[in-house]
Design a protein around this ligand. Structure first.
Ligand SMILES: Cc1cc2nc3c(=O)[nH]c(=O)nc-3n(C[C@H](O)[C@H](O)[C@H](O)COP(=O)(O)OP(=O)(O)OC[C@H]3O[C@@H](n4cnc5c(N)ncnc54)[C@H](O)[C@@H]3O)c2cc1C
Length: 543
């Protein structure tokens, strides 16, 4: 589609129809679909291998919170039969193997440039192309720019004095080394108690000489109940993939779990307690995603489930004072992402584990030997930063993206993201976002597959009609942004600081809550996207 062009330095630039940034689940499937449509696509990936999240997050204990068989790709019946997940919630090494298996099976790697971090992407109005520059200065051009850069892929370290002065080993969980790290006999600190911190802590506690958990904000955690998949269950899973994915298509957030239609107080106290007990004993996100329909919108309902989970924490942690510190006081159950755990609370009963409450004794600085809080100096051999990500918009902020008239995306989104369907940004023609802000999330691969297919269909539609440019109209963006804001109204989660509301105390300028994600149902999202397509993409400016 694209003719050869010279880059600004005069060197000939490689040509392709589409440039995809990122080789995680989104980028891999986008490449597969564009190839199937006979388009030439190049993928640029900062890492040295495929897998995205599952390539970077090699920390001990990293695993799914989605059921493995609801997470994998659904597009290839052959792939579904080829691959056997070994556990209901696979660990990171298995998922990374799976994504390599997919890339090899469909011969995707030959179009992926590894070790290639994209530094900038500028729209060239004259040629109607995107000029993409890598960190090493190489320049590539294509008609379409597809961002598959991840919603949790821009790691953040805490803003602490002395961070570089530490003489021991230190790691961010999302930049974990590819070689094993031994904790045996070591004094280890884990900073952060979100989903990643919880997984790390329960694993490191098994072998560390001594583990200090440095906690600022406790989270409401619930049991994962993981187990191996036996041969009979494996056969059953493989035979029921059509039903599994049909179920994910109809649930609120594409999980196997979906809210119970009953309201919390529409049942008796005994029934309510029994239902909570049942959910607490079941696998996965049921207690969060499959609970009474009002636990995330009604304060009294939310208080009821919070009190139930607080009771469980008190029962599992022997020291009442420690238990109390582990119970969140500033937000209700489920209003932040619920970490799923296996032995998290029991860890605090071990003699080699100590909880340091940073609300009581804040960190003053990192020292060459460890951490100095307002109360004491703690010496460590290893510090693990489980401090998460500059979520949703962070990976966009780290690329200099400019649309028409050189307008930076960062400026466009200075007071929060504005998109059409979470895919288009007005003034950034032919830039399509996969898992961008304001799209449906939930059990993410289900949303990825829908997004990718929608983008591939749009490109196919344009090619058939010899159209070369797609931009969102300002009205379409305004309507979608209003709709996203409307969907977020009344949700208790939007009243809480978290990555889901765009707050990250470690990132300058991200202290104010925004509506960063679409929080309506996935079926409603898909219906809206399908209407747009069925009406000939009228809300896009196509030329
Ligand atoms: C620890 C962890 C556990 C998770 N568990 C679940 C789960 O159980 N269920 C669920 O649904 N979701 C889960 N997620 C969310 C997960 O991110 C998605 O499920 C999914 O992997 C996203 O795929 P992606 O391809 O969109 O993004 P990613 O997997 O994040 O891939 C993005 C890729 O883009 C690359 N990239 C970014 N910027 C650039 C650049 N400038 N230049 C070049 N390359 C770039 C990155 O290196 C990365 O490889 C989890 C996330 C984390 C961090």
């Amino acid at each position: 589609m694209e003719r050869a062009e010279a880059d600004r330095a005069g060197a000939p630039a490689p040509t392709s129809d589409a440039i995809i940034i990122g080789a995680g689940m989104s980028g891999l499937y986008m490449l597969y679909r564009l190839r199937a449509a006979d388009l030439k696509a190049s993928v640029f990936e900062a890492g040295t291998g495929v897998g995205g999240t599952w390539y970077w997050n090699r920390y001990p204990g990293a695993r799914f919170d989605s059921e493995s068989y609801s997470y994998g790709y659904s597009f290839s019946p052959e792939l579904l039969q080829d691959w056997s997940w070994s556990e209901h919630f696979a660990a990171q090494p298995e998922t990374l193997r799976y994504l390599n298996y997919v890339a090899d099976k469909f011969d995707l790697k030959r179009d992926i440039h590894f070790n290639s971090r994209v530094a900038s992407a500028h729209y060239q109005a004259a040629s109607g192309t995107w000029e993409v520059r890598l960190a090493d200065g190489a320049c590539h051009r294509a008609r379409f720019l597809i961002t598959a850069i991840g919603l949790l892929s821009a790691p953040t370290l805490p803003r602490l004095a002395g961070l570089d002065s530490f003489r021991g080993q230190s790691f961010h969980t999302a930049a974990w080394p590819h070689t094993p790290v031994s904790f045996a006999g070591k004094r280890v600190a884990v900073l952060g108690t979100g989903a990643t911190g919880v997984q790390t802590i329960q694993e490191v506690a098994k072998t560390a000489g001594h583990l200090s958990v440095l906690q600022r904000t406790p989270n409401w955690c619930a049991p994962l109940h993981n187990s191996k998949i036996d041969a009979a269950s494996q056969r059953q899973i493989k035979a029921s993939y059509p039903e599994i994915f049909a179920r994910c298509r109809e649930t609120f957030a594409c999980f196997l779990h979906t809210p119970d239609p009953r309201a919390t107080f529409a049942v008796s106290a005994a029934e309510r307690e029994a239902f909570f007990e049942k959910l607490y004993a079941e696998r996965g996100f049921g207690i969060w995603q499959g609970n009474f329909r009002d636990i995330l919108t009604d304060r009294a309902a939310n208080a009821a489930i919070s009190a139930f989970v607080a009771g469980k924490i008190r029962a599992r942690v022997h020291d009442a004072e420690v238990a109390d510190k582990l119970i969140p006081k500033d937000h209700g159950f489920g209003t932040r992402r619920v970490p799923l755990e296996t032995s998290y609370y029991e860890v605090y009963n071990q003699p080699n584990v100590r909880l340091v409450d940073l609300r009581q004794t804040p960190i003053e600085r990192i020292t060459p030997d460890g951490v100095k809080t307002s109360a004491a100096t703690h010496a460590f051999d290893i510090i693990i930063y489980a401090t998460g990500f500059d979520a949703i918009t962070g990976s966009f902020d780290r690329i200099d993206i400019r649309g028409r008239n050189g307008h930076p995306l960062k400026a466009k989104w200075s007071d929060g993201p504005k998109t059409f369907l979470g895919v288009h940004v007005e003034g950034f023609p032919n830039m399509f976002m996969l898992m961008g802000p304001h799209t449906a999330l939930g059990n993410i691969p289900r949303s990825i597959e829908f997004n990718v297919e929608w983008v591939a269909n749009l490109i196919g539609y344009m090619r058939q009609r010899r159209l070369t440019r797609a931009d969102a109209s300002p009205q379409a963006v305004a309507n979608w942004t209003d709709f996203v804001l409307e969907m977020g109204r009344g949700l208790l989660s939007n009243e809480v600081d978290s990555w889901m509301t765009g707050v990250n105390s470690n990132v300058e300028g991200k202290q104010t809550r925004i509506v960063a994600r679409y929080s309506g149902s996935a079926p409603a999202y898909r219906q809206r996207c399908e209407e747009v397509a069925a009406q000939g993409y009228r809300e896009l400016a196509l030329s």
